[in-house]
Design a binder for this molecule. Structure first.
Ligand code: GLV
Ligand code: MN
Ligand code: MN
Length: 419
């Protein structure tokens, strides 16, 4: 069968609409409220697995939940231990996120494999598609546990990370039906792994500005996250004189502004204080303790280090001046990684086959490739997103762009089989 026959096997628009319908269906597995909220090892996570398993079976793969909470679909060659190409993305979402961040990269390669299968195309290598359990790091302060498990880089301390209720990651995995003690055994053999490819919504405005459906990712940003605990002293909000207070929230407010000022004045560094908790959080009590998160991102490790040093110095200065106790703990860090040259070139060729312009762009978002790069060569295909919006209920892609990306992946997978 020629490529041309494959590309014309579905009438124009049919594949893209199937993709959109599937992602709409998956989005129903969400906590109530706006957008999609589906956290790692939650009831919603459990409930979406039969749907993804069904897509996997349609694509000719056998689904299985692994020790780290990933749902992995494998073709028979992969099950037999032949060299295998891995695709996939994460099933989890942020709080009130969209339908596409993560789940697009699960649904789309499965649809591409199903379309190839329907055309009678068999790939001469093993394939697996992974719905990683946790990429967003919303429930647990550590993240990428699924992709780290495949790369063999999960450490025992990561399993001790606790969620807001005090449940450890290890406990959550066991309650979910997984066996975290087996995580070391699911590390893939690099010699048998052909590469890892993730399809993802762009989450920014570049492809829309270029008027391109897809783009080829060159590199993924480095990320670090910290938990800051600031302790003062509780007291009566009416009777304690202003100059006798140790108000942790006023200190935290000054710190948030100091962090913003470091970020505003440093090129190639972005960051956020995205989460903040006040204790005791009462209308008439001086705040005794504030915990908040600091996230820093840069493609350049030196810039990120200098940013961290400037932020730390600013926090210490505020804490000392206000006589507050400061405790800062690093909870996650991942160095920037680059996509493999051969993967970018091959995606370019696949885009040409699918009549799609293919320019390159950088990812300011984190992805499972940050961990997978320790195992194998990585590549990423971005799909244009409406208004550059992501981590938002209105996140959207068009059926036409979804179709274009699916056909690029079909072409890519066929190319990969050729000598
Ligand atoms: C994931 O979306 C991230 O970049 O944090
Ligand atoms: Mn995300
Ligand atoms: Mn994502």
């Amino acid at each position: 069968m020629t490529n041309t026959a494959v590309y014309t096997a579905f009438s124009q628009g049919a594949l893209g609409q199937v993709l959109i319908d599937r992602l709409d269906e998956a989005a129903q597995f969400s906590e109530p409220g706006s957008g999609v909220t589906r956290l790692f090892c939650s009831q919603e996570h459990r409930d979406v697995l039969p749907l993804i398993s069904h897509w996997m079976e349609q694509a000719g793969l056998t689904p299985q939940l692994d020790a780290a909470g990933n749902l992995v679909g494998r073709c028979s060659k992969a099950q037999a231990g032949e060299k295998t190409f891995i695709m996939g993305s994460h099933q989890d979402s942020v709080i009130e996120g969209g339908k596409y961040d993560g789940m697009l990269g699960v649904a789309l390669p499965l649809l591409a494999l199903e379309a190839l299968k329907r055309e009678g195309i068999t790939l001469p290598y093993g394939v697996e598609v992974v719905a990683f359990g946790d990429e967003e790091g919303v429930r647990f302060p550590t993240t990428l546990v699924g992709s780290k498990a495949l790369a063999g880089s999960v450490t025992p301390d990561q399993l001790e990370a606790k969620d807001a209720e005090g449940t450890t990651l290890q406990e959550a995995l066991i309650a979910f039906g997984c066996t975290p003690k087996d995580i070391p055994h699911i590390a893939r053999d690099p010699a048998k792994t052909l590469g890892f490819l993730e399809v993802h919504i762009e989450q920014g405005p570049i492809l829309e500005q270029r008027n391109h459906a897809v783009g080829i990712v060159t590199a993924l940003t480095g990320i670090e996250r910290h938990r800051v605990k600031l302790s003062g002293k509780a007291g009566h909000a009416g009777t304690t004189p202003m100059d006798m207070r140790y108000d942790a929230l006023v200190g935290a407010a000054e710190m948030v502004l100091a962090i913003d000022s470091v970020l505003q004045s440093t090129d190639n560094l972005v960051g956020v204080v995205g989460k903040l908790n006040v204790h005791p959080n009462a209308v008439n009590v001086i705040p005794a303790q504030v915990t908040f998160t600091v996230e820093l991102r840069s493609p350049d490790a030196n810039i990120r280090q200098r940013g961290r040093e400037a932020v730390t110095a600013a926090l210490q200065e505020v804490a000392t001046r206000r006589s507050l106790a400061l405790d800062m703990e690093n909870t996650y860090s991942a160095d920037a990684v680059t996509c493999a040259d051969w993967m970018m070139a091959s995606l370019e060729q696949a885009c040409a086959h699918a009549d799609q312009p293919a320019e390159r762009l950088f990812s300011g978002a984190g992805h499972d490739g940050l961990a997978m790069q320790a195992l194998t060569d990585i590549g990423m295909l971005f799909v244009r997103c409406k208004d550059g919006l992501s981590h938002h209920p209105d996140e959207a892609i068009s059926a036409a762009d979804g179709e274009a990306a699916t056909r690029v992946i079909m072409a890519f997978l066929q190319q990969l089989g050729r000598p």
